[in-house]
Design a protein around this ligand. Structure first.
Ligand SMILES: Nc1nc2c(c(=O)[nH]1)N[C@H]1C(S)=C(S)[C@@H](COP(=O)(O)O)O[C@H]1N2
Ligand SMILES: [Mo]
Length: 311
């Protein structure tokens, strides 16, 4: 497996947390994913260009959110509803062995061991803005691979129009699943063409290390132009369907959380404004960007759609 720097994200817009490039345990994830030595891949990443100062405006000020915040301020209701709960309650979550079932309208349905699921794919680092529907945000260096690569590999049938992701259902390990906070297992979905967009990834790590349980180990989705809840953590099942799949938050509160969940400063949540956001670690709130700042790349997916109705 090769870990390469990706050209798919605007690294020049984002200032790395300085400590990141000196971490000794950098890319330990590679070892855990079956690469003998992470040295070569580490070199590839260390060779990454330092951010340039330039005239790109606001976003030049984007800095990586510290690892500490990314791993202690979480939403993962299976482990509790407070931001600090997942880091506390998920520490012994068992992610080995792990299997991922791929089923539904697909030519090659299969149950993969996690390693086999990941192995054929090139891991890349992607620095993405991460915007929660609760109006806070982070900037996270994910490690992962394009969803499109996996989709091509398993070959959906012509009739497949959507892809659904489900979190593991295991109330013994996930205390939140013992009460009906959401309908379990947590499920989310995308239109197939959204899932095929090169920005949409399966992530297995962040900050060069494998995912910690609170961030959705060992496998989660990241769709950076959508509110964070579209990113399903600890995925055990992937299903291809013809009809739009039910999603956990839409089921819980259909007037507040739609299927699309595109980040849109012009469509307020019924209970609060989405025009601004608090970047974790910053004091003053900053304006929220259309499609979380990825409009140039993804707006074509929604041509002709009313993004107020399809929120
Ligand atoms: N299984 C599951 N996935 C989930 C959630 C959850 O409660 N359960 N919360 C979602 C929400 S609301 C957000 S903002 C992101 C948070 O991801 P992070 O904790 O890695 O920042 O995970 C999403 N994925
Ligand atoms: Mo969220």
């Amino acid at each position: 497996m090769i870990i390469k720097k990706s050209a798919g994200f605007p690294s020049s817009e984002i200032t790395p947390e300085s400590a990141y490039f000196n971490r000794r345990d950098f890319l330990r994830a590679a070892g855990l994913l079956g690469v003998a030595g992470a040295a070569a891949s580490t070199a590839a990443l260390v060779g990454q260009q330092a951010p340039q100062q330039g005239a790109q405006g606001e976003q030049l000020k984007d800095e990586l959110t510290p690892f500490e915040d990314v791993t202690t301020y979480n939403n993962f209701y299976e482990f509790g509803t407070d931001k600090s709960d997942p880091a506390e309650n998920a520490q012994r979550f068992k992610t080995k062995p792990w299997s991922v079932r791929v089923e539904g309208l697909v030519s090659k349905p299969a149950t993969y061991d996690l390693e086999d699921f990941i192995k054929p794919h090139k891991l890349e680092e992607r620095v993405y803005r991460h915007r929660c529907v609760e109006a806070w945000s982070m900037v996270i260096p994910w490690l992962g691979f394009p969803m499109a690569d996996l989709i091509k590999r398993v070959q959906p049938l012509g009739s497949a129009k959507y892809i659904e992701f489900q979190t593991l259902f295991d109330p013994k390990q996930m205390p939140g699943q013992r009460s009906p906070v959401l309908s379990w297992p947590y499920a989310e979905g995308l239109r197939l063409d959204e899932a095929m967009h090169p920005l949409a990834i399966f992530s297995v790590g962040l900050y060069g290390k494998m995912l910690l349980p609170q961030n959705g180990a060992p496998l989660r989705t990241v769709i950076p132009w959508k509110y964070g809840f579209k990113g399903t953590k600890s995925i055990a099942k992937i299903r291809f369907t013809e009809t739009q799949p039910k999603t956990a938050w839409n089921e819980a509160a259909p007037n507040e959380y739609g299927f699309y969940a595109n980040v849109n400063p012009e469509v307020d949540h019924p209970r609060w404004s989405q025009a601004r956001e608090r970047r974790i670690g910053e004091f003053r709130r900053r304006p929220t960007l259309m499609l979380n700042g990825y409009a140039d790349q993804v707006a074509r997916l929604y041509q002709g759609m009313d993004l107020r109705k399809n929120y």
